[in-house]
Design a protein around this ligand. Sequence first.
Ligand SMILES: Cc1cc2nc3c(=O)[nH]c(=O)nc-3n(C[C@H](O)[C@H](O)[C@H](O)COP(=O)(O)OP(=O)(O)OC[C@H]3O[C@@H](n4cnc5c(N)ncnc54)[C@H](O)[C@@H]3O)c2cc1C
Ligand code: SF4
Ligand code: SF4
Length: 394
Amino acid sequence: MVASDAAKTQWRELYHEVVETNLCTGCAACVMACPRDVLDYDHTTSYHPFNVELSTAFDDCVHGERGCDICTRACPRFRAWEIDSDEALFGRPREADEVVGIHRGIWLTRAADPAVLAAGQDGGLVSALLIWGLETDRIEGALTSRLSTTRLWDCEPFLATNQAEVLEAAGSRYTYAANPLAMKEAERRGLKRLALVGMSCQASINGTLAARRLNKYARRIELTIGLLCSKSFEYEGMKQVITEEYGIPLEDVAKVNIKGKFQLWRRSTGEQVDIPLKRMQAATREGCRQCPDFAAQHADISTGGLGQRDGWTLTIVRTQRGEDWLNGAIQAGVVEARPGEEDPNALALMAKLAIRSRERWPIAPGTLDGSGAPRLLPIAGVSAGGATSAAAAS
Ligand SMILES: Cc1cc2nc3c(=O)[nH]c(=O)nc-3n(C[C@H](O)[C@H](O)[C@H](O)COP(=O)(O)OP(=O)(O)OC[C@H]3O[C@@H](n4cnc5c(N)ncnc54)[C@H](O)[C@@H]3O)c2cc1C
Ligand code: SF4
Ligand code: SF4
């Protein structure tokens, strides 16, 4: 692509092609990478980046007019992002039958330390890897999220630099934290060897930074851990369903999870309350409605909770460095693993959900577009019209 495709582009193209069309996921990679601090982000009002420079129009940038194209190069939804990232990370585009993306192996994993396992959402694999990476000096910090300090059950980007902070960040929240923004804090503290944790959309910057040679950041991120994801929620909408429709104060929510439904556990009684996902539909973020990537296809390691036994993280190893990290942690005794094939239902469900997410992209996979949105790579079972046998069966 890459340099050529993104050449002579700037915030104007990014705004009109990605932000205005709601392909924008709110990952904030553009804000992280902007060398002039022209772009900003306020997720309490919107998940979209905006131009804060007063001398130019909202959809223009004075530095862009002079040739700066860094925001477009960072963006994992701009133009041919999927094929660019595949080629940069794996040396080839995905084949049609690689429905969960290119990978080297699939495992079920969990943290060996009971305290880490207990803190984790599934098997605590993410936290175990981060703690091991910090303790062995592979990284100096991790770009993660933690519960918001100002809004109950919302979350915010967080730089974790030790075991206590990793455990503070552990578990899943289902609102959105743009974890790449924690890079700003890492820069302030002079930390240069980092892990990035984030949902599929955020994990894709692993590919765009490499593909479009944003070396300053590509070099700093030693490992990207993706979280499988089909949606996240607007804070106010989620709060409205829980507190008004179900009458549960947020102070009484001890844990949340999504397993086919939105689950929460009440602090006061220990009761589990199941909320059908369709009740939460209106709270789904706009950027998620067109997101085609369930399986965090460009992470070094992708992780999810689809395993049919609680307490294990479904773990997709994609890159050489992802494999080195996982093998190192297993050999060090901090992570336990068993083959993914032991759980065929989890693998089948992941494939089905991955196909379903790809159907959300506005241009049907494998077809040529003409509308400005980039096409995705072909996918097995998807017709030109986007219908799939897997989706039809679901
Ligand atoms: C919004 C969201 C949707 C998800 N949807 C699915 C799904 O549909 N199917 C599925 O199988 N798995 C899904 N997951 C992934 C799953 O919930 C676990 O995160 C994953 O299995 C890793 O578990 P673990 O115990 O190894 O991680 P842990 O050790 O618990 O670490 C989790 C890491 O994720 C980070 N994190 C948590 N919430 C957020 C957030 N909102 N924004 C950014 N970072 C966050 C934490 O800071 C922590 O570093 C989703 C996760 C999120 C956050
Ligand atoms: S998808 Fe991410 S990088 Fe692209 S415009 Fe939106 S916030 Fe910026
Ligand atoms: S569905 Fe998940 S990965 Fe996709 S944009 Fe929404 S939060 Fe990001």
